[in-house]
Design a protein around this ligand. Structure first.
Ligand SMILES: [Zn+2]
Ligand SMILES: [Zn+2]
Length: 811
């Protein structure tokens, strides 16, 4: 065994760390070791074993954690590529690739016991825990602990202490009384969540009002209710406990499956029902997969053309051949309904990696995949790192989606990593979209990818007709600023009369996005960001959409005290209210980040729409993505073109994509759809081409613009951002870098800046940036590397200097 090993640690430093290997230990490349680092113990990945004596006296390894490599040669190579390409510390990259942090956290959980349940019940009856020697404060804390635990299965100690405001001594005392139990679950592999379900056993005549309510709720839901639903229905917990003790209700535990959802799996279209274009596409993918060499395919299919069915059929082929496949979906795309479909299609062979998983569940899924128990992986961004072996196919659905780019270190783009991974594995990568990114379409045109097309909707359904409403004329005609134009109102009324459904997009949440003082002309800004606060009427507060800061609704101007405070503009919350006023009979729901807290909320609203229980769905871009609701025949677009005013070269592309996606929600059933597109920019080419469903037209026009301005795909681009909560530091650091860029020769690279970032202050940090463009990615990478070295020499902290390669936001 060589005496030294190099370890990648998850710290913001661009180097590896060398440790001595004690005789008793046998670390392996690609496996984890525990090492001392400053005052902590960290786990890192062994990159190399060697016998070069380091300059500094190395410390000893503390422990070898794996006897088998966690990262095989290909994933190690992929990680190294990411660290190099995105200029990220290798240890940070591996931490992102391996969702195993939960295996090292010491984890203590508490549960309520039967005695505890009884004590809680008695306390509820007498108002105090009877004959206890505890002080009144302690009694209250005990009560809170019991109440918190009775609603949950097991609770981590930190959570419990915060939620119930209980000290360690209170918890210790409760353990001695056997009201609660304590368990160390550190390093436990199996810790599946369970849900508690109340099951109705028998109904007795003598019930008080609370108990009656519970029984009625149970009867209404076919005798079964999850405990969390009790909370939502505000039913009395102590009455439930009484019913449990009288054996009228029984509490059972079931594994908390992500697929426990109200939606039944929808019948999957089998490839027998494919139309000719779908069949041809599937055949092409299969041919490429059979060659077992790298190839990239771009599947450009209009909205509603049946791309998903093709992906699933291709994955089935791969599975039958004994190989593996990964399907990446955008963050919003992986609903419980989709998971139910996948489970139905592939059973235990599929691992679904979604954001609702706990760390521990994520680790569990990771091991399942690593063992080869699941050979198909479906998930968001980080699923691209799934440790499958014998990879044959990677599919990236909606490849243009911004959620594939990670907005923290390492700032990788999962689509581009997917392409690289497929290359390393001699596999096929399929990028699919109705609105491919300029980069991908450009690559297809340059024959780097094979272009596959699904030009028609399934069952020859037509794309919706788009009617534009020029909101400037609407203002002239009506004399005031309209939110819902007369045309859109009339079309909505028609749909309501015909019992058809409507979606209305307004890509801005909240009630009013701006508070303006008519006396001094100032707006109300976030304390931490140079961003106006948005009024949220229902939650009764002002909110910053960037950092989450909240403030009370002002009655007077905070600057001059004047009471001429006006709330301007319209967000989705106000639009919903307006529509309620205009169509009082209509059943209206809203879908945005304020109404949707989890995937289940999201799914509940979509199910209601699907079942015809809603007439109008209002929402932000959340409503635009991939849903297949057949009853929607009208889509109204209200102010989706605001982004065209942003100082960002991708603004036109983003607007075109959003308009096309949301238009694609109309007319997916038997009745043809229509789109009413309200715009203040009717002449803008992004709006015009979207209205004509003309991707090629848009693409060619936009490419010409990118070519003139030397923007991607004609150059590689990086955004270098300097940030500090101290304005002087932010200025001086960007000055240091500016000077360095000035005196460094960097032929073939344009450096723009430093300039104040479009959002000068964000989350308390002042921000200045440089934009670097070059036709040569190698040169750009080398310059950035040199800049990082210079910054380190000048003692600019690595965490205050963000290098974003292939940045998709320049804000
Ligand atoms: Zn004022
Ligand atoms: Zn803020």
């Amino acid at each position: 065994m060589p005496p030294f090993c190099d370890v990648a640690l998850p710290v913001p430093v661009d180097s590896l760390f060398t440790y001595r290997v004690p005789d008793s230990m046998q670390p392996i490349v690609g496996g984890r070791v525990l090492v001392p680092f400053r005052q902590q113990r960290l786990s890192g990945i062994v990159i190399k074993l060697h016998d070069c004596v380091p300059n500094l006296e190395p410390k000893d390894l503390l422990q070898v954690l794996d006897t088998e490599p966690l990262l095989d040669e290909q994933l190690l190579k992929l990680g190294t590529w990411i660290a190099d390409y995105y200029l990220a510390p290798l240890g940070d990259v591996f931490r992102t690739m391996l969702p195993l942090s939960a295996e090292f956290k010491r984890s203590i959980v508490y549960r309520i016991t039967d005695q505890g349940q009884t004590a809680l019940h008695l306390a509820g009856m007498s108002g105090s825990s009877a004959r206890s020697r505890s002080t009144p404060q302690d009694q209250l804390a005990e009560f809170r602990v019991l109440e918190y635990l009775t609603a949950r299965d097991s609770v981590r100690v930190e959570t419990l202490r915060n939620a119930a405001r209980a000290s360690h001594s209170v918890l210790a005392k409760m353990i001695r009384k056997r009201w609660i139990s304590r368990e160390d679950v550190s390093g436990r592999r199996k810790a599946a969540r369970v849900v508690k379900i109340a099951v109705l056993k028998q109904i007795e005549a003598k019930l008080n009002a609370n108990q009656k309510q519970i029984i009625e709720a149970l009867v209404a839901s076919e005798g079964k209710l999850r405990l969390e639903q009790f909370n939502a229905l505000r039913l009395s917990r102590s009455s439930l406990n009484t019913l449990v003790r009288r054996r009228q209700v029984e509490m059972v535990e079931e594994p908390a499956e992500f697929t426990v959802s109200q939606s039944k799996p929808r019948p999957l279209p089998s490839s027998f029902q494919f139309n000719a274009a779908q069949r041809a596409t599937l055949e092409k993918i299969r041919e490429h997969v059979d060659v077992a060499a790298f190839s990239g395919l771009l599947l450009h299919g209009v909205t509603g053309s049946g791309k998903t069915a093709v992906y699933l059929a291709a994955m089935r082929t791969v599975l039958d051949a004994g190989r593996s496949a990964i399907l990446l979906v955008p963050e919003i795309g992986l609903t419980p309904a989709v998971a139910a479909d996948l489970h139905q299609a592939f059973g235990e062979q599929v691992a679904i990696l979604h954001s609702a998983l706990t760390d521990r569940e994520r680790a569990e899924q990771w091991h399942r995949i690593k063992r080869g128990d699941a050979r198909l992986v479906v998930g968001t961004r980080s699923a691209v790192f799934a440790p499958v072996s014998n990879l044959a196919l990677v599919v990236v659905d909606e490849e243009q989606d911004a959620s594939y780019k990670q907005e923290e270190t390492p700032r990788y783009h999962a689509r581009d990593v997917a392409v690289m991974r497929a290359k390393m594995a001699n596999a096929v990568v399929v990028l699919g979209s109705a609105t491919p990114s300029l980069e991908s379409y450009f690559n297809a045109k340059k024959h780097k990818y094979t272009l596959l097309e699904l030009p028609d909707r399934v069952e020859r359904r037509p794309l919706p007709e788009v009617e534009m409403v020029d909101m400037r004329l609407e203002f002239q005609d009506t004399g005031h600023e309209q939110v819902v134009s007369r045309k859109l109102a009339q079309e909505i009324r028609q749909r309501l009369d015909r019992k058809e459904q409507v979606m209305v997009l307004l890509n801005r949440r909240g009630y009013s996005p701006l508070v303006l003082c008519r006396t001094c002309g100032k707006t109300l800004e976030c304390k931490n960001c140079a961003i106006a606060l948005t009024l949220h009427k229902r939650s009764h507060r002002m909110e910053c959409h960037y950092c989450g800061f909240m403030a009370p609704i002002p009655k007077n101007c905070v600057h001059c005290g004047s009471d001429y405070v006006y709330f301007l503009g319209t967000g989705s919350e106000k639009l919903e209210e307006l529509l309620h006023g205009m169509f009082s009979q209509a059943r209206i729901a809203r879908l945005d980040r304020d109404t949707v807290r989890g995937r289940e909320d999201f799914e509940r609203v979509l199910n209601a729409l699907n079942a015809g229980e809603l007439d109008i769905l209002v929402g932000t871009q959340m409503i635009a993505k991939g849903h297949d609701i057949h009853g929607v025949t009208l889509v109204g677009v209200v102010g989706a073109d605001a982004a065209l005013g942003f100082p960002d070269f991708r603004a036109a592309e983003r607007t075109f994509q959003l308009l096309t996606q949301v238009a694609g929600r109309a007319g997916r059933g038997d009745i043809p759809g229509k789109v009413v597109l309200q715009t203040y920019f009717p002449d803008h080419y992004a709006v015009q081409y979207a209205a004509r469903h003309d991707f090629i037209g848009f693409y060619e026009k936009e490419l010409r613009f990118r070519s003139w301005m030397r923007y991607p795909p004609y150059s590689a681009l990086a955004n270098v951002l300097v940030r500090s909560d101290d304005l002087d530091k932010a200025l001086s650091w960007s000055g240091i870098l500016a000077k360095w860029f000035d005196k460094t020769t960097h032929e073939g690279i344009r450096v723009l800046g430093p300039a104040a970032a479009p959002i000068l202050r964000l989350k308390r940090d002042y921000r200045y940036h440089f934009v670097l463009k070059s036709a040569s990615r190698e040169k750009l990478n080398a310059l950035l590397r040199a800049m990082l070295a210079q910054a380190a020499q000048q003692k600019i902290p690595r965490t205050q200097l963000i290098v974003d390669v292939d940045a998709i936001w320049l804000m």
